[in-house]
Design a protein around this ligand. Structure first.
Ligand SMILES: Nc1nc2c(ncn2[C@@H]2O[C@H](COP(=O)(O)OP(=O)(O)OP(=O)(O)O)[C@@H](O)[C@H]2O)c(=O)[nH]1
Ligand SMILES: [Mg+2]
Length: 459
């Protein structure tokens, strides 16, 4: 997707469907004249209107028949959302009106905007950098409040500012090794090298700190994956239904009822929990069940949190203890749930598990309060890093940060080995390049394509 900014682009910016209002956007050098071709404002032509003004009027079709009464917002370049002339038409929602307005814009010379193209233009015109543009995508895709807040912090530009400072430090360092380091004066060299080492250590520390937040960033963005595991008939599916508050999965007294993984989202305190019901783990009866059990084990091993459900009447069996032990050894947080407490009240003093009756919880959500508390408590450290971080790190950021860190490690090793300054600067430049790719100081079309294609059309 090349930034062909000479075109004027148009799209409906709001979601398709029945709604009170919709917004159609237009951006580019011809935006105002294209809108004037169809808009009859009560205060005259948009071409004569000052920037940042609103205008009420009728939108006409090609034969001059009114399509809708609309409010038009006018923003002239460069103080507009994209940095170009922008016209935003607020019209009635639904399937027909926005589509007819858009069709008229195309007839008058606009072309359909590609996904993310408005934001891409804002990037091209320096309104925001690449990391901030990605934050816009994260805001649009946020499924709960806390992911949204983290993306909002990134849009603030704190991540970009931090990267800018890192690049400044390294650029200074690079100039020093390329130009000023005088190897004839050994005392001076020693002092400079000490300083450079300190700068390197500090930069690497900052980068490694950011990278260490990556997992928690992806949990915040994609939700906490909570796998409900246990033996057949432990009550896993009943528990899932109680948690989501409706009869989502099949429950029966027949062992081996659940075969495949079933995922259902639950929002708690602004965080999405992706609940996964699984097949009961036992010696499989048939091939399909065996596959279900294999999937259940895999899911538990890759879960962010495992809710391990056992029958309180039977207690935790030896082979179950082993499964739980193995998960915990692999640093998988496990919440033990003693179910069917209505049949076998367990002493709460045990403390190492949550005792509930999933069956009672289906009718009385209060039964779930201790379990929900345990879930929140277990999830808190998983997302804390991302909430303290200026960035909602994505795979692209992580790859660049890691490459920068590796290059800086090579510089450190080379310095220790007494490699001359001009050779050190090669890897320093690699690190600068990698950091520059994150905010888009350095970029290429492939990167832009992959960043902006994540957006919706109209954004
Ligand atoms: N008394 C009692 N019965 C329960 C409770 N929770 C579930 N059951 C019953 O236990 C049986 C099995 O429940 P499921 O939720 O299907 O169990 P599961 O762990 O999903 O079983 P599989 O899918 O076969 O692995 C059903 O008859 C449920 O009604 C509970 O808290 N108390
Ligand atoms: Mg089940």
């Amino acid at each position: 997707m090349s930034p062909a900014v000479e075109d004027t682009i148009a799209a409906v910016a709001t979601a398709r469907g029945v709604a009170a209002l919709a917004v159609v956007r237009l951006s580019g050098p011809m935006a105002v004249s294209i809108a004037d071709a169809s808009f009859r404002g009560s205060d005259g032509r948009l071409a004569d209107a000052p920037t940042r003004t609103l205008h009420v009027g009728h939108w006409l079709d090609g034969s001059g028949v009114p399509v809708d009464r609309v409010v038009v917002g006018l923003f002239r370049a460069p103080n507009s959302p994209t940095g170009e002339d922008v016209v935003e038409i607020s019209c009635h929602g639904g399937l027909v009106v926005p589509a007819r307005i858009l069709a008229r814009l195309y007839e008058s010379g606009a072309r359909p905007a590609r996904a993310g193209e408005f934001t891409q233009r804002a990037f091209v015109h320096g309104k925001l950098d690449l990391a901030q543009a990605e934050a816009v995508a994260d805001i649009i895709h946020a499924q709960a409040a806390r992911a949204h807040e983290a993306a909002q912090r990134q849009l603030d530009g704190r991540f970009s500012a931090l990267l800018g400072r890192l690049r400044d430090e390294l650029t200074g360092f690079c100039a020093l090794v390329e130009l000023e380091l005088d190897f004839s004066d050994t005392d001076q060299v020693f002092a400079d090298l000490q300083r450079l080492r300190a700068v390197l250590r500090q930069c690497r520390g900052t980068i490694e700190d950011l990278v260490s937040h990556a997992r928690s960033g992806s949990i915040l963005r994609d939700g906490v994956r909570v796998v409900i595991a246990g033996r057949p008939n432990a009550g896993k599916s009943t528990l899932l239904n109680a948690l989501v508050g409706h009869d989502r999965v099949i429950v029966s007294e027949i062992e081996g009822t659940t075969r495949d993984l079933v995922e259902v989202d639950l929002e708690l305190d602004g965080l999405v929990f992706r609940l996964v019901d699984t097949a009961g783990i036992r010696e499989a009866g048939d091939e399909i069940e065996a596959e279900g059990i294999r999937r259940a084990r895999d899911a538990a091993e890759s879960a962010d949190i495992v809710l391990y459900v056992f029958d309180a009447e039977q207690g935790l069996q030896a082979e179950e203890e082993e499964i739980v032990y193995r998960l915990r050894s692999a640093e998988r947080p496990v919440v033990l749930v003693a179910n069917k407490a209505d049949r076998a009240p367990v002493a709460a003093a045990e403390g190492s598990f949550v005792s509930i009756s999933a069956r009672r919880a289906v009718d009385d959500p209060r039964e779930l309060s201790t379990l929900l508390l345990a879930l929140r408590h277990t999830a808190a450290p998983l997302v804390r890093d991302a909430e303290d971080s200026p960035v909602l790190l994505n795979a692209r950021h992580r790859a660049h940060l890691q490459a920068a860190d590796e290059a800086l490690l090579r510089v450190e090793v080379a310095m220790d080995a007494g490699v001359p300054g001009d050779l050190l600067s090669i890897d320093l430049r690699v690190a600068l390049h990698e950091l520059g790719c994150i905010t888009g100081v350095i970029t290429n079309e492939e990167v832009l394509d992959s960043v902006f294609s994540r957006f919706c059309i109209g954004k």
